[in-house]
Design a protein around this ligand. Structure first.
Ligand code: UTP
Length: 235
């Protein structure tokens, strides 16, 4: 059985509590988990940023702001577990070792953040390394990795494939402040570089992009790997 770790951006799962894609994601996650061992790391989304802003306005340090962000990622993970029902292990893993233990159940394992000064992308990259995952998937609010930020630079072009080294150059300038938003966090990229696990970046605003890539091999996004081909899909 192959295994995959999914970094499921809070910005696509729960942009805010009243408009969310939790049920849609429960359906596609069940679909991929029928064939593959599946781990999901859930991000904080809009609600995390609102809590972080409220915390920062109280004049506290960034690490304390990160702590409230982590709490929100775990709340979002709790919602996803509820929607997955019997398909998921009924608890949020609070670190990667616990996720490995929960995986013995054979069910989907869901976790959120772990420790300050990183994002759930880094949590997912470490989990992929520790579970020897065949692939790491980042479901985020852009449709792949661009040469520059497509939201602010109209000349940005989308990569179909790039190396982990090129990805490191692209994210090199990003900020580490609580709630900061880049396509992939720098720590995650370093772990991808050292582990050699291929990464695919997909537009998470369309949940069907996940089974399309993993089950049908139709990639609508970017693959990051040191070798220049798409032999990794379908998984
Ligand atoms: P994320 O930035 O991972 O959430 O965590 P996100 O919403 O998935 O990001 P998108 O959707 O990919 O854009 C939210 C915040 O929680 C804190 C950080 O402050 C982060 O910005 N956090 C999260 C940590 O400090 N440590 C963690 O392990 C995870």
């Amino acid at each position: 059985m192959k295994s995959l770790v999914i970094s499921l951006g809070g910005s696509v799962l729960v942009p805010n509590l009243s408009e969310n894609r939790i049920l849609e994601y429960a359906a596609v996650l069940r679909q991929v988990s029928e064939k593959h061992r599946t781990y999901v790391v859930v991000g904080g989304g809009g609600e995390a940023r609102r809590y972080i802003d409220a915390m920062r306005n109280l004049g506290v340090d960034e690490g304390t702001c990160d702590e409230i962000g982590i709490l929100v990622t775990r709340l979002n993970a709790t919602l996803l577990i509820a929607a997955l029902g019997d398909s998921a292990y009924p608890g949020v893993a609070e670190d990667q070792k616990t996720a490995l233990e929960y995986a013995v159940s054979g069910r989907i394992v869901v976790m959120g953040g772990v420790t300050p000064a990183q994002t759930t992308d880094a949590v997912a990259a470490v989990l992929a390394e520790r579970t020897r995952a065949d692939i790491l998937v980042n479901l985020t609010s852009v449709d792949g990795i661009y040469s520059a930020d497509p939201k602010t630079d109209s000349s940005a072009t989308r990569y179909t494939h790039l190396t982990p080294e090129r990805l490191a150059e692209i994210v090199g300038e990003s900020s580490l402040n609580a709630g900061s938003n880049t396509v992939m966090d720098e720590i995650a990229v370093k772990i991808i570089q050292r582990s050699g696990i291929p990464l695919i970046v997909l537009d998470g605003r369309k949940p069907e992009n996940l089974p399309n890539a993993i089950i049908s091999g139709r990639l609508n996004g970017t693959i990051v790997s040191s070798d220049n081909n798409t032999k990794y899909l379908p998984l």
